[in-house]
Design a protein. Structure first.
Ligand code: SIN
Length: 191
């Protein structure tokens, strides 16, 4: 079950004395940028794969019926495309609350499309966090997403917004598109 990571993240003072830092988003942070940012650019990180393996008890599900949201799973040779935001360190405070269900700030190299790199932060939910659900057959993940709903809305909206945002970035990922196809088939009125 859930374990609030807000205070743990606030101990991470790495960028406190910087004017700005890069935050890499790969899930809702791609399509729901409801925080102030100075600039945003598509970026990727290497060695990670996006997977719907993290439980959501607070946004897209409930403690009794958690939803599933994205996290990153280490995989040598893989790359994950997302959106990088240049933000002020103060912006991390509300983001720590938004990402409190198991995500921890993690330092990572970011690669931009023009070949430049920067060290940034991403919120990572590792396999040892209390809300981690892990791998499951795609049909089972799709059924869970199709059924779950939480204070931030239906779980399927998270998945379908991510699918759209990735398409806008020119990214096609079978894990996301296969899940979206299955969820649409389960909820045809939301296709
Ligand atoms: C992210 O989007 O980068 C983290 C996971 C989420 O908030 O969906």
């Amino acid at each position: 079950m859930a374990h609030d990571t807000t205070e743990q993240n606030r101990q991470m003072t790495h960028f406190d004395d910087h004017d700005a830092l890069w935050l890499f988003g790969y899930g809702s942070l791609i399509w729901k940028a409801d925080f102030p940012y100075l600039e945003r650019r598509p970026a990727r990180i290497h060695g990670w794969r996006r997977r719907f393996w993290q439980g959501s008890h607070d946004h897209r599900g409930t403690p009794e019926a958690p939803g599933r949201v994205a996290t990153l799973v280490a995989e040598p040779g893989a790359a994950c495309q997302g959106m990088a935001y240049r933000i002020s360190p103060a912006t991390l405070r509300p983001l720590d609350v938004r990402e409190k269900n198991g995500y921890l700030r993690e330092l990572t190299p970011l690669h931009f499309d023009d070949g430049t790199t920067a060290t940034g932060l991403t919120y990572l939910a590792t396999a040892d966090n209390a809300a981690f659900l892990g791998a499951a057959p795609l049909d089972a993940i799709a059924r869970q997403i199709a059924a779950a709903e939480g204070p931030s809305g239906p779980n399927r909206d998270y998945l379908l917004h991510l699918e759209t945002a990735l398409a806008e970035l020119g990214v096609h990922e079978t894990h996301v598109s296969d899940l979206a196809r299955r969820v649409r088939a389960l909820n045809p009125c939301h296709a």
